[in-house]
Design a protein around this ligand. Structure first.
Ligand SMILES: N[C@@H](CCC(=O)N[C@@H](CS)C(=O)NCC(=O)O)C(=O)O
Length: 210
């Protein structure tokens, strides 16, 4: 498999965690976001949205959208399960993941932030807005995460944890006040103690920059 990504892309980071949890290897092809490499025609041929990541499967088919990729990995490699059997619990975990992937993360997308800058919004207001969305979104996640389990919704990491850890990484980049989320940061510490999460950290990737 080939994962087209970028070390600091949180959607790519999600897929790296999932691959590692499943014990799968993929060649990593980096596309530098700030150099607009994700808008090159050869990448757009893989993902017409021009967003990272894209996964080329071992039989040469292409998947886009990190959550769809992760669900495909989970369907084709069921162990360890990233979603529970129970339909209600599955829906709860998807809801947590979607709260991050649909409602928090898109606001910090490079194209959104660059657009605001082009429209003349000062950098400190852009950063404030990004941070504010992260803080309000993760405040809700702090309540949604179960208080009685080591991970967001169980004894092992799920799709919810896979979305949470990159979002907390992003929260720190925007200097959000992570101390307000004791439950989430405890989950983060547990997750990052696992090799699958530690190896997926942005700074561990070959394209990482200082
Ligand atoms: N919903 C998409 C989001 C993908 C996405 O936003 N990727 C970012 C990097 S984390 C990107 O490629 N941004 C490029 C841009 O905004 O131009 C997914 O989960 O894969």
């Amino acid at each position: 498999m080939i994962l087209h990504g970028y070390y600091r892309s949180s959607a790519s980071y999600r897929v790296r965690i999932a691959l590692n949890l499943k014990g799968l290897t993929a060649s990593h092809v980096p596309h530098h976001l700030r150099k607009n490499e994700h808008k090159a025609s050869d990448y757009l041929a893989l993902n017409p949205q021009g967003f990272l990541p894209a996964l080329v499967t071992d039989d040469g088919r292409v998947l886009i959208q990190s959550l769809a990729i992760i669900e495909w990995l989970n369907d084709t490699h069921p162990e360890p399960a990233l979603l529970p059997e129970d339909p209600f619990e599955r829906a709860q975990i998807r809801a947590f993941a979607l709260a991050i992937a649909c409602d928090i993360h898109p606001v910090q997308n490079l194209s959104v932030l660059q657009r605001l800058k082009r429209e003349g919004l000062p950098q400190d207001r852009i950063d404030f807005w990004a941070r504010d969305v992260i803080e309000k979104g993760l405040d809700a996640c702090e309540i949604l995460a179960r208080p009685d389990t080591p991970f967001v919704s169980g004894d092992t990491p799920s799709l919810a944890d896979i979305c949470l850890i990159p979002q907390l990484y992003n929260a720190r980049r925007y200097e959000a006040d992570v101390a307000r989320w004791p439950r989430l940061t405890a989950i983060e510490a547990r997750a990052n103690a696992l090799k699958a999460f530690a190896d997926a950290l942005p700074e561990k990737q070959p394209d990482a920059e200082p």
